[in-house]
Ligand binder design. Structure first.
Ligand SMILES: Nc1ncnc2c1ncn2[C@@H]1O[C@H](COP(=O)(O)OP(=O)(O)O)[C@@H](O)[C@H]1O
Ligand SMILES: [Mg+2]
Length: 455
């Protein structure tokens, strides 16, 4: 039970305002651990003609950073322009979408527009055609200068300081269309069109998206978004707990932070499920306990999209029947790319917790090879460096860690967060329920003082 929100509707609404596992964060206030990136974007926008490109793994928080930054940078006279890419998009169709959005907002706000989109585009200024304006505009854009002209007028119509978020640029399948964007940015700069772009894209390197074309990068401030830092993960949980007046033990907060593998999606999801479990409890008041946590982990697993879990389930279909602890071992520790020996050590310690005999190294190795096969989910791929393996879909790692937790396995790599516990053997499953590590060094919880700079 939750004292402040005893009634389900009020509780649900409040919770929903605090967690957002399935939509990007919109404001800097709810964006944890990205101050450095927000500041970089702020500074970059002082330079005329500069745009932002945020790239990184799926689910790491690119759209959230883009939205929060856009809300900060967009002038108060309008909402920023939000457009997404799709597989069949072209530069012309995207520019047309931007124009339609800009124009639509303008008409909604009943501003009188003194500009028209040129002779061939004036048709769209009639409000009844705005919703279907994009194809008309797109067909009128035949050259880059056409696109620039449309954007100029869109910018002037839209607001004092217009910002465009162009999300999921990687979906734009045609490489030539992607390259055309860098040429477009250059002309926008030359022609002093006051429109700022924030791009996001799933990629490990920008080369994947923009090719090796040097000049493409001159107009761009590129931000590679790393996993969310430990402190920020914990702050998200604490923020939700505070918002509802629920106390969550530091052990749970650490465990959520650690399971999430730095993907804020899992932090939101687990926290959301945990809060519902506290809400459901008739006896325990305003406090999360072990049972709530255990149920929340299961609830989270149930909720996760089939698409994301599929590789895990495919891998489990292997005949050998001994592969699950091998998969958990691959997801141990904080570092994505791991050597076979490291994974084998994790595996041995997991088997100790299970009180079962481990596979020998050679068999373990052959199971790892199985995990690389497409028919078994293709979970692992070789890293660039020889002997290193990494996850094909980085976000799956968090799911694997959640599965380990649901099976009462404490991934041994996580124990080493605690300096004083580094030498401790992973506890056996029989002797423990969960034993969370104590606060990782340097991390703070509510009510704890910031450590002085000398300590
Ligand atoms: N810095 C952050 N602080 C709090 N929550 C975040 C943060 N970044 C992302 N999230 C949450 O994580 C989830 C995934 O973020 P999103 O921005 O959609 O990732 P991406 O665009 O990289 O796939 C969303 O539910 C969002 O609410
Ligand atoms: Mg996104």
């Amino acid at each position: 039970m939750i004292t402040a929100y005893p009634e389900k509707n009020a509780f649900g609404a409040k919770l929903n305002s605090l967690v957002s596992p399935s939509r990007p964060v919109q404001t800097a206030e709810k964006l944890f651990g990205r101050d450095k990136e927000l500041e970089r974007i702020d500074r970059a926008f002082f330079a005329e003609g500069r745009h932002i490109f945020i790239y990184g793994s799926r689910g790491v928080g690119k759209s959230s950073l883009a939205a929060a930054a856009a809300n900060q940078q967009q002038s108060a006279d309008a909402n920023y322009i939000d457009v997404s890419c799709s597989r069949d998009a072209t530069l012309a169709s995207i520019v047309a979408n931007i124009a339609q959005t800009a124009l639509g907002q303008n008409l909604l706000q009943n501003k009188s527009s003194t500009t028209s989109f040129g002779a061939s585009l004036s048709v769209v200024t009639a409000s009844h055609t705005v919703n279907s304006a994009a194809p008309v505009i797109a067909s009128a854009i035949r050259t880059l200068p056409d696109a620039v002209e449309v954007l100029r007028q869109a910018a002037e119509t839209h607001s004092k300081n217009p910002v465009v978020v162009l999300d999921e640029f990687n979906l734009l399948a045609d490489a030539a269309e992607r390259t055309a964007f860098s040429d477009l940015l250059k002309i926008l700069g030359d022609k002093k069109v006051g429109l700022r772009f924030i791009f996001t894209g799933v990629a490990e390197s920008l080369n994947e998206l923009l090719g090796a074309n040097e000049s493409a990068y001159r107009q761009l401030e590129t931000i590679e978004l790393p996993k969310l830092a430990y402190q920020a993960r914990m702050d998200i949980v604490q923020d939700v707990a505070d918002g509802l007046g629920v106390s969550v033990d530091r052990d749970f907060i650490i465990r959520i932070a650690s399971i999430s593998d730095g993907f804020p999606y899992y932090v939101h999801l687990l926290t959301e499920k945990l809060m519902w479990r506290v809400f459901d409890d008739q006896e325990i008041i305003d406090e999360a306990n072990d049972d709530h946590f255990e149920e929340a982990v299961k609830d989270a697993i149930e909720t996760i999209a089939a698409q994301l879990k599929r590789p895990y389930e495919l891998a489990l279909r292997q005949r050998s029947g001994d592969i699950e602890p091998v998969i958990w071992a691959t997801a141990d520790g904080d570092v994505l790319a791991r050597f076979v020996d490291e994974m084998y050590q994790s595996y041995q310690r997991i088997m100790e917790q299970l009180d079962e005999a481990p596979l020998d190294r050679k068999t373990f190795m052959s199971r790892l090879q199985t995990l690389r096969k497409e028919t078994s989910g293709g979970i692992l791929v070789r890293d660039i460096k020889p002997g290193l393996y990494t996850y094909r879909e980085k976000m799956l790692r968090g799911y694997v860690r959640l599965q380990a937790e649901a099976n009462h396995i404490r991934l041994p790599g996580d124990v080493s967060y605690t300096p004083e516990r580094q030498v401790i053997r992973a506890p056996s499953r029989a002797s423990t329920g969960f034993h969370g590590p104590s606060t990782p060094k340097g991390f703070r919880f509510r009510g704890e003082k910031k450590p002085s700079s000398r300590s």
